[in-house]
Design a protein around this ligand. Structure first.
Ligand code: SF4
Length: 347
């Protein structure tokens, strides 16, 4: 059997691994051992799985591959210690992930697609268009690589890298389930956030399936006219429908939803926007993350001034929901999604 004919096990859940082992006449405990080696002990080759006999490891190595990506480049921020990784997939596509250390949290921002079909006009990934969906294994491997690289477990995962997670729903949920599993990285569901630009069918499915992960929605505008300019999918999924869907999610799940709002100077940062935002979100159990736009010469948008930002925040703080202001990490390493890839810093 040549290497390309091998099955890649990364992304298999425990039931699938058990079935795979059963088809080879192996006992279920073998699947549990392999699962734990892959997802909890960050094994990248069969030789590391020392509680499995050499004969069996040799047999399995002839049948199965374990890795889906390799590191192409990385950049570490001198400002805040965040680190950005550019990975090459087996077919040559490139994706990226960002590690963001904080006092008590070690968060990674993962990609769900190579490129993105949504085409948000402020986002470097949007320019690329969609190359393809990532497999669950390719999503999982981003986290496992970073776990091994920082030599301690990541505590939080956010799906805010390249791609729209709800346009690759099954593989994102499968990866999240592996992150959440007892023999895997054991991340609590509340520490895994799925962030969508507002794909209403995805939110409805997430609600109907009672997924326990956190839901975040990138709102970024207070009128359809504004939002159409920056998030083209808004022409299909309008703000009023999106807010109704979010409200229904909170009602059914009894969980809060987080709204992300990137403040772009002159576009969505007026005092009228602040008033509309409070009025729109007040009926929904939610939290609001305000994110000052991270200016990029590739795009015609500007960051709000510090003074204006403070004025906007003062207005918003009257709201009945929690508000946080999130500064971008890794400003010196182009850590906003897609920037490393598109800005041509790949050697
Ligand atoms: S902001 Fe997100 S949804 Fe929009 S183009 Fe970028 S990656 Fe896609």
């Amino acid at each position: 059997m040549n290497a390309s004919a091998k099955i890649n096990l990364k992304g298999y859940n425990l039931d699938e691994l058990t079935a795979q082992m059963a088809s080879l006449g192996k006992k279920p405990y073998r699947a549990r051992q392999i699962y734990q080696w892959l997802y909890q002990k960050n094994a990248t080759n069969w030789a590391q799985m020392t509680n499995i006999s050499l004969a069996l490891r040799t047999e399995l190595a002839g049948l199965f591959d374990l890795n889906t990506l390799s590191l192409k480049n990385s950049m570490k921020s001198a400002l805040d210690g965040s680190e950005k990784f550019l990975f090459e997939l087996i077919d040559g596509n490139l994706i990226e992930a960002v590690y963001m250390p904080e006092e008590r949290r070690r968060t990674v921002c993962l990609s769900s697609q190579a490129g993105c079909p949504v085409g948000c006009t402020f986002c470097a990934t949007g320019i690329m268009g969609l190359k393809r969906n990532l497999s669950a294994g390719e999503i999982v491997d981003q986290l496992l690589f970073i776990n091994a690289h920082i030599r301690q477990p990541v505590t939080n995962v956010v799906f805010m890298g390249m791609g729209e997670p709800f346009l690759n729903y099954e593989n994102v949920m499968r990866a999240a389930q592996i992150f959440n599993s007892e023999l895997g990285p054991e991340l609590s569901a509340r520490h895994i956030t799925i962030s969508t630009c507002g794909i209403i069918p995805g939110i409805k499915r997430f609600t109907a399936e009672d997924q326990r992960y956190k839901l975040a929605i990138s709102l970024n505008a207070t009128t359809d006219e504004q939002r159409n300019q920056i998030i083209p999918v808004n022409k299909k999924y309008k703000i009023a429908d999106l807010l109704n869907t979010a409200k229904n999610y909170t009602r059914v799940s009894r969980r809060r939803v987080t709204f992300e709002y990137i403040l772009i100077a002159g576009l969505n940062d007026t005092m009228a926007d602040a008033h509309r935002l409070v009025a729109m979100l007040s009926p929904i159990p939610c939290k609001l993350n305000l994110i000052p736009y991270n200016a990029n010469p590739q795009f015609p948008f500007r960051a709000p001034s510090e003074e204006h930002l403070n004025e906007f925040i003062r207005e918003i703080y009257r709201a009945p929901f929690a508000v946080t202001v999130r500064r971008s990490k890794g400003l010196d390493i182009a850590a906003a999604c897609g920037q490393l890839y598109v800005s041509g810093q790949i050697k």
